[in-house]
Design a protein around this ligand. Structure first.
Ligand code: NAI
Length: 318
């Protein structure tokens, strides 16, 4: 297969001073992209500032690549996009990767730790993406990555703030994928699991050794290539594997025996096993499919009512 390249493309990678972001920046630069290596250089909890990004820029330049460092916080994401425009005149690829942790069990979670996590992960991705969006639309090209987490998808003890922000990014990507599609803007989500300072005390040591960020970088790089056509996908990747995730909905059931019956708490209890039966669960690709399904349900009730000589009524009395 021909080598996939990024010549002429400008990529912004947030939080690229270390961990996963560094691996993404190095790989994209090695394939011809000009890279803005953004990193505030904070500690794991978001405190402090330093110039981690410089070492990554140096490494890229030493290998003959093109990169510039940017030390802004993603909370001021428009400044990061300006760095791309000022230095390279365009922006094609945006990898929203910067992140911090403020883990605490929910009872002990202060509001400032909630707010800071939402600010860096969710609002940070909003700020960078919003600043880049008009460039993407005008040039009819853009590739965006959001970074979610299994902590959001499945929940993880002590990470309520982080879980909420990470799942917020999935919803954010779902809508941007729709709005961007006709402008050839593809917005997809990566769910990584990798050895980094965020996971060094969470993953067992032998796992930590094996989970190199470099194994996820090719997945993310492919997802921002011009040949990548998927939009709104959520891809889990670790250890050199990748899997796609999506929601499924159970077949469900009417919550009453006859169309003229009311829906009551007791009827909900009676039909609950069918509500939560995931056998033959179905995936809907678009919200329009949910609306069609809703119209079909209404029709089914009306047809059944006619068949039974019954009347379908929206009875709400309890
Ligand atoms: P990391 O700590 O090595 O990298 C995150 C980088 O973001 C750091 O270099 C940090 O200085 C930078 N950063 C923090 N706040 C910033 C801000 N306000 N503006 C700009 N840069 C900022 O951690 P890692 O593991 O590479 O994480 C990358 C992303 O992947 C994060 O969004 C994280 O939540 C996510 N993630 C990582 C997982 C893993 O297993 N490592 C699992 C699930 C998600």
């Amino acid at each position: 297969m021909d080598q996939l390249r990024y010549d002429g493309r400008v990529a912004v990678v947030t939080g690229a001073g270390g961990g996963l972001g560094k691996a993404y920046a190095l790989l994209l630069a090695s394939r011809g992209a000009k890279v803005v290596v953004n990193d505030l250089g904070s500690a794991r909890d978001g405190s402090g500032k330093s110039n981690f990004a410089d070492a990554v820029v140096k490494e890229i330049k030493d290998k003959g690549g093109v990169a510039v460092a940017d030390y802004n916080s993603v909370v001021e994401g428009e400044k990061i996009i300006k760095t791309a425009i000022d230095n390279f005149g365009r922006i094609d690829i945006l990898i929203n990767n910067a992140g911090i942790l403020r883990d605490k069990s929910f009872l002990k979670l202060p509001e400032q730790d909630w707010d800071l996590i939402q600010a860096v992960h969710l609002k940070g991705a909003y700020k960078t993406t919003h600043a880049a969006w008009d460039y993407f639309r005008k040039q009819k090209y853009g590739r965006v990555i959001m970074t979610a987490s299994n902590a959001g998808i499945y929940g993880n003890f002590g990470q309520s703030n982080y879980s909420a922000a990470k799942m917020g990014l999935v919803g954010f990507a779902n809508t941007l994928a729709l709005e961007g599609d006709k402008y050839n803007i593809k917005v997809n989500t990566i769910v990584p699991t990798a050895a980094s300072r965020l996971t060094e005390d969470i993953l067992p040591p032998e796992m930590f050794q094996a989970m190199k960020p470099e194994l996820i970088a090719p997945v993310v790089a492919y997802m921002v290539h011009e040949s990548f056509e998927d939009n709104g996908a959520v891809i889990d990747s670790t250890l050199g594997y990748a899997n796609k995730l999506h929601y499924v909905r159970s077949l469900g059931t009417p919550l009453k025996k006859k169309p003229s019956d009311p829906v009551t708490i007791e009827s909900v209890k009676q039909f609950w096993p069918q509500v939560v039966d995931m056998k033959n669960a179905k995936h809907f690709e678009k919200i329009a499919e949910v609306s069609i399904d809703l119209a079909q349900k209404l029709q089914e009730f009306e047809d059944r009512a006619k068949q039974d000589g019954d009347k379908f009524v929206y009875r709400t009395e309890y």
